[in-house]
Design a protein around this ligand. Sequence first.
Ligand SMILES: C[S@@+](CC[C@H](N)C(=O)[O-])C[C@H]1O[C@@H](n2cnc3c(N)ncnc32)[C@H](O)[C@@H]1O
Length: 282
Amino acid sequence: MTLYGVGLGPGEADLVTVRGKRVLEAADVVYSPGRLSRSVALEHVGESKIGDLEFPMTRDEEKLRSAWKEAAAEVAPRAREGDVAFVTLGDPNVYSTFGHLRRTLAAFHPDVDLEIVPGVSAMTAFATALGVEIEAGAGLALREAAGGASPTGPDRMILFKVTDAPATHEGLVEAGYDVRYGRRLFMEQGETIITDDPADLAERDYYTLAYAEKAALEIESATAAFQADADADESTSGEGPIADGSGRPTELGSSPEPPDGGKLLDLERAEGCEHGDCGGHR
Ligand SMILES: C[S@@+](CC[C@H](N)C(=O)[O-])C[C@H]1O[C@@H](n2cnc3c(N)ncnc32)[C@H](O)[C@@H]1O
């Protein structure tokens, strides 16, 4: 029988793939490494099917390794007897906890059969949510920006783990990038924010990404002339659609609700750890 790594997508229950849903429904147990993935899984299966796995909130690699060994020891016998699923937000192969489980199983339980069901990753969902088009011929790099880091170099980058947006912003702008941010995109839990103002994101939230594009970048596609015509029409009619592509009434520069006195901060820390991301450990 099989262990399925199932990508749940960015957070909204109906962004789970048809295949992912089928696998979850057929699985004997659905293991979840965190609260958010658990709540998405619960939209598709009953609570009795959920198997929680404990991960310590620590950066200590030894403790994390032993937690993964325990998790693998729990999952392996169930996956030999029947079909089980391990869910992750986004895609199981993109900066995901599933990698830890896969490597631990390969080391200690190599006989367990494994199959992966891809999920809609924040890596692609961001484009729709932020109204970004990565047009034919363009390059796009994926980087991490935890702790206020500002990686630079590529013309276009998606930055994950933007935990200190103001500091990251400063470095990127200095290096000549235009930057837009997305928080909790296509997520049911928490407030979705799309903004180009890092002050809107001063409160830390693990589920924040950035899209950075070199300001001087010249983009010329074959159909660009159509847009110029449309812009001219809009300026004469005085109307112009503001679309961020997410289908929500958000717009760049919108302000978030006031912070909740630190509860969210604790939750985010816990979520980061639950994703195997207690800092530096991969
Ligand atoms: C450990 S990575 C997991 C990525 C996930 N496996 C995927 O494919 O989307 C977590 C980072 O992805 C980004 N992220 C994931 N889901 C997001 C969402 N719904 N909205 C904004 N950023 C998200 C954030 O930058 C977060 O720090």
